[in-house]
Ligand binder design. Structure first.
Ligand code: S3P
Length: 224
């Protein structure tokens, strides 16, 4: 069926994008982009604009941080709060490969797993979402920079003692920590944190999550 298109419709379609006050929660922006095929002007005052001029960069929120820092749990709650989809890099990889993360590590090795994380980032679209990234993702293949190009990156920072508490519960699902006793777990976390923190600290913002509930973490992220 063809849509009747009179002069006022054409005027509306032409003019509307220029009056569209963009903000990151304004999902119908995509509609305007499709109709207009040009980028609308950024109406926000300069100090409220994101760090790059790419509108799409405002549309994804990436949560990064060490294993056990609560990225997935906080990510789901944050996505629900923002009313956007939640994406988890590990789940995407498991769906794509039909294998679990421990299986991929044991059958194909860590290097292959890192290439899958790279493929995950490469296929991300420009729609709004909250993305929980596997703990090592920003530390390989220049992905810390790539994430920053694609959106806002938030580091969920936790002290080793908090990480140990969280990781002791479900250590078996994590190939890099499998079979370690408490002492070895402490040493591995300390060593890996030292190695990884420079990558994590490239995030746009970070919040300290120790002793905070998920609700508090989400509220802090929203207030950043
Ligand atoms: C990893 C973290 C894991 C998972 C894989 C490797 C890492 O994700 O991607 O086991 O290198 O830190 P979580 O951070 O969600 O545990």
């Amino acid at each position: 069926m063809r849509m009747a298109c009179n002069a006022s419709t054409v005027t509306f379609l032409t003019v509307a994008p220029f009056f569209c006050k963009f903000n990151e929660h304004f999902n119908s922006l995509n509609v305007f982009i499709c109709l207009d095929n040009r980028r609308p002007k950024d109406w926000r005052p300069k100090h409220h604009r994101p760090k790059t001029i790419d509108y799409f960069s405002t549309m994804k929120t990436f949560l990064i941080g060490f294993m056990g820092s609560g990225k997935s749990t906080a990510g789901k709650a944050l996505a629900a709060e923002k009313g956007v989809p939640f994406i988890d890099s590990d789940s995407w990889i498991e769906t794509q490969t039909g294998k679990t993360i421990p299986q991929i590590f044991s059958e194909e090795g860590e290097a292959h797993f890192r290439s899958l994380e790279k493929a995950f980032v490469a296929q991300l679209d420009n729609k709004p979402a909250v993305v929980a990234c596997g703990g090592g993702l920003p530390c390989f293949n220049n992905l810390a920079n790539e994430l920053k190009r694609l959106g806002e990156v938030i580091y969920l920072r936790a002290n080793p003692s908090t990480l140990i508490l969280n990781l002791e519960k479900d250590q078996t699902e994590r190939p890099l920590l499998k079979g370690l006793d408490t002492k070895e777990l402490e040493q591995t976390i300390a060593a890996k944190l030292t190695e990884r923190e420079p990558f994590y600290l490239q995030a746009d913002k970070y919040i300290q999550t120790d002793n905070k509930t998920i609700k508090q973490v989400v509220e802090e992220i929203l207030a950043l």
